[in-house]
Design a protein around this ligand. Structure first.
Ligand SMILES: [Zn+2]
Length: 114
């Protein structure tokens, strides 16, 4: 019985030393590193760091975390902009409210004195 992990080949990018994983079918091929974009040679067998699998799993979780952070930050920024627009609108309405009340008060004092 062969698990999926047995078919994974762990190695480091020759340029940036990032931990990479490919299917063993890619052994000996030149691939483009997903981290630095440089071409790097896939070794014939894993360099077998016992932590490579865990590291790649954590890197995957980190990537997912960062993509969610980007998404939520986008929502927060959008709402900040929307909030700012509503605050400006409210300020305009408050100003107009004060003007209208002042006009009413003026009319009232004219009526009282005539
Ligand atoms: Zn690299």
């Amino acid at each position: 019985m062969q698990s999926g992990a047995d078919r994974d080949l762990y190695f480091e990018c020759e340029a940036c030393k990032a931990s990479l994983v490919v299917d063993t079918a890619a052994a000996g091929m030149i691939l483009t590193c997903q981290h630095c974009g440089q071409p790097t040679k896939v070794p014939a067998s894993s360099i077998a760091s016992p932590f490579a699998g865990k590291e790649i799993e954590l890197l995957g979780q980190l990537k997912e975390n960062e993509s969610q952070r980007t998404e939520i930050t986008g929502y927060v920024n959008q709402l900040h902009i929307q909030l700012h627009r509503w605050q400006l609108r409210l300020q305009t309405l408050n100003d107009r409210n004060a003007e209208l009340k002042a006009e009413l008060a003026e009319l009232g004092s004219i009526a009282a004195s005539s």
